[in-house]
Write a protein that binds this ligand. Structure first.
Ligand SMILES: [Zn+2]
Length: 468
């Protein structure tokens, strides 16, 4: 009996929550049909770039949603000042319509994700990856020599490598997320102690080819089948030691940071200096560590950097890093980090410190404060009152792919008939809260959840039903 009561109370609360949200924002289907108008308002006020795709229905004024792509023109401008790296990924959306969110992002000077383009699709497939990546090339960036970082997935590989693709060399260089590759490896070749997965991670993160070879040898001994699979993937696509600095040391897709841009932009503290704060902090930390090295000048801007072996924690790396040659002419070091991460390694910093050379010219411009400001220079204009929003021209009344549209005889006037949703008045808001309080059992912990949900809905407005 007790269990049933709890279940009844839970259902009651869930219904109350649904009703409150519906009263404030309309229902899911109404919100869904409202999206073209919202996109249209963002297009006319802020130059939002949008591309709709839908399947026709018997009534020509209705269509079944297939996917929508959007990118802010401000991102298009800002990306010109970011390093030439693009990360793409997708995720399942919560909510009623079983849809997927696709995202493309760059990196700003402070290493933070810089959102470039989004899409919501009813499915993630070869076709939708092809459509998304082609739209990015058409609408967002035509830069040559981009590094594209994705999961190691057959659908993406098929799209990138198809004839005429602008995501393969020389237009772009395709690289894989190392974390995803490791997970794939351990799924295909299970190992209870995850030891080989660790070896794959180490092989991929190594900055020297000899070190990479050594880990691959270990993998071959412990998992011959796994090694065969790994050996078929070109090493420059997943291993840092075989990358020539194109991926700027970005080895994995940080999904949490990538999708966090859907909720908020991170604020980054700026220094008054030439480079962003975390770049300057890295400098300070590294300069302390580099102080113990011995620097010997060789010919033409080359330096031998020795020791200190006791500071190197991994025993087998000790010998390799004991003596390195730093060449300032081409910003390289035999440890491999300087050129592959495009940021001075400890050996280079030791040279700068001992020889009293200013290290800043040896840091890539993409990390500079000037690049950072230029990335965010484009301004957003206020979106006008909803009553002034234009109708979405050329877009029929859309129905989610999982919802059947009204029968032809009833549908009649199509999109012109739908009434736009006004924001909630104070009275509507009060009534919605009262609705919740009427059915609320104050001993239930989900009370807080409902208030939180209400607060979140108020802030996120109509997007709540679309994205979550
Ligand atoms: Zn080095």
């Amino acid at each position: 009996m007790e269990g049933e009561e709890v279940s009844d109370a839970k259902t009651l609360l869930q219904d109350a929550k649904k009703n409150a949200i519906k009263r404030l924002f309309g229902d899911w289907d109404e919100s869904f049909r409202f999206i073209p108008k919202l996109m249209s308002a963002l297009h006319s006020s802020n130059g939002l770039l949008v591309d709709w795709e839908y399947d026709s229905l018997p009534n020509p004024e209705h269509a079944s949603f297939r996917r929508v792509f959007w990118a802010f023109s401000q991102s298009v401008e800002g990306f010109k000042h970011c390093r030439p790296v693009v990360v793409v990924d997708s995720k399942q959306l919560k909510g009623r319509y079983n849809m997927k969110l696709m995202i493309a992002s760059g990196f700003d000077a402070a290493y933070k994700s810089f959102p470039l383009a989004f899409a919501v699709t009813k499915e993630v497939s070869i076709d939708s990856w092809c459509w998304f990546l082609t739209r990015i090339r058409e609408k967002v960036t035509q830069r040559k020599g981009l590094c594209l970082i994705t999961r190691h997935h057959p659908d993406i590989l098929a799209v990138v490598n198809e004839p005429g693709s602008q995501w393969k060399e020389p237009w772009a260089y395709h690289r894989f997320c190392l974390t995803h590759l490791c997970s794939q490896f351990s799924r295909l070749f299970p190992d209870h102690h995850h030891h080989t997965k660790y070896l794959v991670m180490q092989a991929g993160s190594s900055t020297q080819k000899a070190e990479f070879d050594s880990y691959m040898k270990d993998i071959k001994e412990k998992s011959p089948e796994g090694w065969k699979w790994l050996d078929r993937i070109p090493p420059h696509q997943w291993a840092l030691a075989h990358d020539s600095g194109l991926r700027y040391g970005v080895m994995m897709i940080d999904r949490k940071a990538l999708f966090a841009v859907c909720r908020s932009f991170q604020k980054v503290a700026m220094t008054g200096g030439v480079y962003t704060e975390n770049v300057m902090r890295k400098f300070q930390e590294s300069l302390i560590d580099s102080g113990a090295y011995v620097v010997t000048p060789l010919e033409s801007d080359a330096f031998q950097v020795s020791g200190p072996s006791e500071r190197v924690s991994m025993r087998h790396l000790m010998e390799k890093y004991k003596e390195c040659i730093v060449e300032l002419n081409d910003s390289t070091c035999t440890c491999g980090k300087f050129q592959r991460k495009r940021f001075p390694c400890l050996h280079a910093l030791a040279v700068f410190q001992k020889m009293k050379i200013n290290p800043l010219p040896y840091v890539d411009d993409c990390y500079s404060v000037e690049s950072y400001y230029k990335t965010y220079e484009a301004t957003f204009s206020p979106v006008p009152e909803m009553s002034a929003w234009p109708e979405a021209s050329g877009v029929p009344t859309l129905f989610p792919h999982v919802i059947a549209p009204p029968p032809l005889k009833v549908s009649g006037k199509g999109k012109g008939k739908s009434k736009s949703k006004e924001p909630p008045s104070d009275e509507e808001l009060r009534n919605a809260i009262l609705d919740i309080l009427k059915v609320m059992d104050f001993k239930m912990s989900s009370f807080t959840d409902i208030i939180k949900q209400l607060g979140m809905s108020l802030r996120l407005g109509v997007f709540i039903s679309f994205l979550y």
